[in-house]
Design a protein around this ligand. Structure first.
Ligand code: PRX
Length: 637
């Protein structure tokens, strides 16, 4: 018996049951996993502190659920198919049996390097199978992993390592992305100048980029594996974890300050990612599932690694980028590996669409049965292209809405089961209770309404805290509305009751599906010695979804273009290339209220190119500032 729901009526029934008796509902689902000891209480919670506990009393290890329990029936089934950056290089397949052996082996490496349950391990690797192996090896011994996306700078890595006090870093000499080589170990070396907690760095060989190996600190992955082989490859039984033991930390941007470490725990996260993976994608045995995300983001954690593997699926991971060697690469991969389910981001769809249909038309995409979209609102044009060109008009699209903090998908159609409408995430999954709130903290009832999206009731995959700063978790998510989790998104509920996410209502940007806080970018820009002040806003961008527009007050010690380039370099150094502004406009002043607050609303309108009306500007200290900025913006076009 599986927990997969295959009809819309069964969905409605499950949804109703999850409302009426959530404990019984999730308890039954949790029975489908392997527990060393069963839980004593399904749920205990309050949203005030917040204090959220799922499946308390349970003992388990998520890797036994992702690996060991499949060995008898699915041991020789591919768990991971890895497609390299360079199509000329051989792809790799790891069966469940092989993956388990490698995870146990690397778990012993971790132990040999003095890593124990509860220790934090930073993983900064390219998209190679060893990234999955390292992640699962941490979980095997109960170490808390903190995966950092390969596009982040040394400073960003250092901040994350220091915040979590990581003892170990796992990286590689380099990584391939398109025709670039990322010098990962060298970036780690720069980061570690600022990190006291790191005792050991394990370096995987990938690109043969020259690296400096520091005596007593740095060791090669391959040598460590040899050591374990000399030990006779001892088994590494899975550590017994409590349901609420932390599984991982993943840093994400908010509207203020530095990125926060979202903490996910073991049992709830496992149950939720497994349940949602199976249901949203309607995964069938022997299907090949390809999620194009990077494991450095939550989508990769939940829907390349944990969700698919706990369900015994074949998960395809891709090292490269969609446009290398050309814009047909995704479709080559689909054809080569006969991909049945493709889960990608609107930004990738829009970018590939722009290259023209000739990259798609000659590819055999007949294996595709189901499609998924994630990370940002999908515009209708991209939805239709995805549906018609890639799905050939008969593969349902699941537009999945969720967030790093959610652990798994919250609102989405179940592929082929629920109705779909372009641009709509449609209906909440069973167990998810969304609601719309107005500015005064009141729930907006009924349909055909718009409001701030909140969730009324806990779901097993939700965050429990932000690492080292519980108050920040409380303030960010649980203080805006009483007894609610606040998502930060705006949302429209249609006449039929379908949900359409309209975008962030706070100062968080979504650039190519990457989440970036405006305050973070401003802080980075302000670090440049010539910059006096800056304000960053988003604007609609045809491919990236949102672009970054920076208004900057600066003294020019170089020509304007030189200063611009220097600012871009500063942002790249401090955060990473993903946070580089698309447009920098130098201004002599920013529109501020008498109390000194920047009126971002006005700056957003100018960035959008809409200067017809700025609404009420009576609180502005100096209205002439706005005219000057508009003139500057027009001159820059
Ligand atoms: O604004 C929403 C947008 O991405 C935000 C979450 O970003 P992150 O934590 O990086 O997680 C992305 C992948 C799960 C949300 O607050 N977002 C995500 N999915 C969608 C979306 N907006 C519209 N439609 C979606 N399907």
């Amino acid at each position: 018996m599986s927990f997969q729901i295959n009809t819309f009526e069964a969905y409605q029934e499950a949804y109703q049951k999850s409302l009426e008796d959530p404990k019984a509902f999730w308890g039954e689902i949790a029975e489908h996993f392997f527990w060393k000891r069963k839980w004593s209480n399904v749920l205990e919670y309050n949203f005030k502190d917040p204090d959220i506990r799922w499946f308390e009393g349970g003992k388990l290890n998520i890797t036994e659920n992702c690996l060991d329990r499949h060995i008898y029936n699915l041991g020789d089934k591919p768990a991971i198919i890895w497609e390299p950056n360079d199509p000329q290089e051989a792809h790799r397949v790891l069966t469940y049996k092989q993956l388990l052996a490698k995870v146990e082996q690397f778990a012993v490496v971790l132990k040999n390097n003095n890593i124990r349950k509860g220790d934090r391990v930073c993983i900064y690797l390219p998209m190679v199978p060893e990234l999955v192996i390292a992640t699962l090896a941490c979980a095997r011994i109960g170490a808390i992993h903190s995966v950092v996306f390969g596009g982040f700078s040394a400073t960003s890595i250092a901040d994350r390592i220091n915040d979590a006090e990581c003892k170990l870093v796992i990286t590689s000499d380099g990584g391939f992305r398109g025709n670039k080589v990322l010098e990962l170990k060298n970036i780690v070396d720069d980061a570690l100048v600022q990190c006291k907690s790191v005792e050991r760095v394990i370096v995987l060989t990938r690109s043969r980029t020259p690296v400096s190996m520091i005596k007593g600190r740095d060791v090669w992955w391959e040598d460590e594996i040899k050591n374990v082989e000399t030990q006779g490859n001892p088994a590494c039984p899975a550590e017994e974890m409590d349901s609420e033991d932390p599984l991982f930390i993943l840093y994400t941007s908010g509207s203020t300050g530095t990125p926060k470490g979202v903490v996910h725990t073991t049992a709830g996260y496992m149950v939720y990612t497994g349940y949602t993976f199976s249901n949203v994608f309607q995964y069938q045995p022997n299907e090949v599932y390809f999620c194009t995300a990077d494991i450095g983001w939550i989508t990769g954690h939940s829907y390349i690694v944990y969700g698919p593997l706990s369900q015994g699926a074949t998960s395809l991971m891709f090292e490269g980028i969609p446009t290398y060697p050309d814009a047909g690469r995704f479709w080559d991969i689909v054809e080569k590996h006969k991909v049945n389910i493709l889960y990608t981001a609107p930004t990738a769809i829009r970018s590939l669409m722009a290259f023209g249909d000739e990259y798609v038309d000659n590819k055999d995409l007949s294996s595709i049965k189901k499609l998924g979209s994630v990370g940002e609102p999908i515009n209708e044009e991209a939805w239709h292209w995805f549906s018609e060109k890639i799905g050939k008009g008969n593969a349902p699209i699941a537009d999945t809405w969720w967030q790093t903090e959610n652990g798994g998908i919250l609102i989405a159609p179940m592929a082929g089961v629920s109705p779909t409408i372009p641009g709509y995430a449609m209906l909440p999954l069973p167990g998810v209770q969304p609601c719309l709130m107005d500015e005064n903290g009141k729930e907006i009832e009924g349909n055909d309404v718009t409001g701030n999206l909140c969730i009324k009731f806990p779901w097993p995959g939700m965050l429990r805290t932000t690492w080292g700063d519980h108050e920040r978790c409380q303030k960010t998510y649980f203080s805006t509305y009483e007894n609610m989790y606040f998502t930060g998104d705006g949302c429209y509920r249609s006449k039929e009751g379908y949900y359409r996410i309209t975008g962030r209502v706070d100062d968080v940007l979504n650039v190519s599906g990457h989440r970036i806080g405006t305050a973070e970018v401003e802080n980075a820009i302000n670090m440049h010695s010539d910059v006096v002040e800056s304000a960053v806003v988003g604007y609609p961008h045809p491919v990236k979804g949102q672009g970054i527009y920076a208004y900057v007050i600066a003294n020019h010690h170089r020509d304007e273009e030189g200063t611009k380039q220097d600012i871009l370099k500063t942002v790249t150094r401090l955060i990473g290339a993903i946070a580089k502004p698309d447009i920098i406009q130098f201004v002599s002043d920013l529109p501020k209220t008498r109390s000194g607050k920047i009126m971002r609303r006005i700056l957003r309108k100018i960035a959008e190119g809409d200067t017809s009306s700025f609404g009420d500007t009576s609180t502005l200290l100096d209205p002439s500032v706005v005219e000057k900025i508009v003139e500057g913006a027009e001159a820059q076009k």
